[in-house]
Every structure is written in structure tokens, then in C-alpha cells.
Design a protein around this ligand. Structure first.
Ligand code: ZN
Length: 184
């Protein structure tokens, strides 16, 4: 995260679309560097840190065989989501297990300093993420709960499951462990 990786450091082993090898022995490269793309990652860099909006540079590759463009994304970056995996897990844990109000969770996890009626009323993202977990679109490692489970119960299941994925997190608070487990 501190610097963009070089083209060779993160070149995928093969094209995900046509399976051509990226570095055939003695042959020409199958996947060529195709520049850098910037994207933003929201949320704290560690469980107790200040919420940030970080710009990261992602490497792209183009398959010479089929033309597919591949983007290589660091661990903890979720496709199609602004917040990091760790930030979302932290938010779900603080809301469901630690019992913080949505407004407090937002203050810890969101880099946006929104004040006023919207912030006081809560944080729609918590329910949206929990719904995505329930539908298997986010953190697919989390086992499904019965349909009558509340979104908060789904969030708690996600937090405890992700915390269990964190290596050596035995002495950590559940929210910190969930952050680390989701970032793996
Ligand atoms: Zn290809």
C-alpha cells in the first residue's frame, strides 16, 4: 500500500479469461503491463485508527492472446465497494457486537464528516452491508442464518466469523479481530 508494485511483482500467473500462461518458459510474455489505475479506499488503516480516504494505485495487465484487461487488487480491497474489507468488518462488529449506535460507528469508520439529521438518524451502509452478507454477495465465508434473523444478527455472525479468520487474534477485542480477519 505504501508504493505501487512493479509490473513484475504482481503479474498474474495466467490470464483469468483464456488461461494463457503469463510467463511461458522461453516464450514471450502473455500478459503485458497495461498501466496503473487509481482508486480510493475508505476506512481506518488499523482497527483503532482514524478513518481515512486513501488513494491506491492498482496495476493493470492486458492479455496478448485474448485482449482481456486484468486488474490486480491488494488483499482487503473489495470489488465494487468504497470501503475496505477490514473497515466493513469493523463497522459490523461495532454495531452488532459492541452495541455502538450507527452514528458512533460511522464516526469511527467513515472518513466523511457528515453532520446533521442524516448522521444522527443512523447509517444506511450498516444495513446495506448486512443485507449483502445475508444474500452471499459480501464475505461469502459467513454461513447463512435463518431467514427470520435480523440484519443485526447477520452482522454479528459476520463479525464473529471474520474474527475467527484472524491468525493469532486470541487476545484481541472482537472488532479488531474482525478487521484483521477480513483484511486477510
Ligand atoms: Zn487471455
Amino acid at each position: 500500500m505504501q508504493r505501487p508494485p512493479t509490473v513484475d511483482e504482481v503479474r498474474p500467473g495466467q490470464c483469468p479469461a483464456c488461461d494463457v500462461s503469463s510467463r511461458p518458459a522461453g516464450g514471450t510474455l502473455g500478459l503485458h503491463g497495461y498501466g496503473l489505475r487509481e482508486r480510493h479506499q475508505w476506512g481506518p488503516a488499523d482497527p483503532s485508527g482514524v478513518a481515512l480516504l486513501v488513494g491506491i494505485l492498482l496495476r493493470r495487465y492486458r492479455c496478448l492472446s485474448c485482449g482481456t484487461v486484468v486488474m490486480v487488487v491488494p488483499r482487503g480491497v473489495l470489488r465494487g465497494r468504497l470501503y475496505s474489507a477490514g473497515a466493513i468488518a469493523l463497522a459490523l462488529a461495532l454495531w452488532s457486537v459492541a452495541g455502538l449506535s450507527p452514528a458512533e460507528v460511522r464516526r469511527r469508520v467513515s472518513p466523511l464528516r457528515i453532520v446533521g439529521a442524516t448522521a444522527a438518524a443512523g447509517w444506511a451502509s450498516l444495513r446495506r452491508w448486512s443485507r449483502a452478507v445475508r444474500e452471499g454477495r459480501l464475505f461469502s465465508v459467513v454461513r447463512a442464518l435463518p431467514a427470520e434473523a435480523t440484519l443485526r444478527q447477520v452482522a454479528a455472525r459476520a463479525a464473529t466469523t471474520l474474527a475467527a479468520c484472524a491468525p493469532g487474534a486470541g487476545g484481541l477485542a472482537l472488532d479488531s479481530a474482525a478487521f484483521l480477519g477480513a483484511s486477510m
